[in-house]
Design a protein around this ligand. Sequence first.
Ligand code: DHK
Length: 152
Amino acid sequence: MTTDRRLLLVNGPNLNMLGVREPGIYGSQTLADVERVATEAAAAHGFALRALQSNHEGVLIDAIHAARLDCAGIVINPGGLTHTSVVLRDALSAVGLPIAEVHISDVYAREEFRHHSYVHDVALVHVIGEGVGGYASAVDRLVAVIAGQTDG
Ligand code: DHK
């Protein structure tokens, strides 16, 4: 599997709690479901997918840096770090890979502090409020971006 046929899926803090955590907002599907949905979507395009979830900002940043060596793009749900983390944004910007930002819930219909994303303008794809299925949309759209870059 070459670099150009692999994606990194990153889930940030608290997303390990999917299925347990506020099901009225995040639904009943688990992180395993998220990773399966994204892996299947990637496979449908002939891409492998490496999945990582961490509650630790530095672990996420190290994984993003490492993706530069062997991935063609990154799908990320940064969890609450979306709204707080300049360093996560800087890591995504630094690697220069195409980025898809995903949120399970509609952050714009929730508290005002969730309306700002530090990741928004370093991402080329945004999938907001489509539930766990949104990860498949994000993979589809990110692969289209990668294909466009390759073709171009
Ligand atoms: C997940 C979180 O953990 C929140 O902190 C974000 C996002 C929303 C989601 O909808 O997937 O505000």
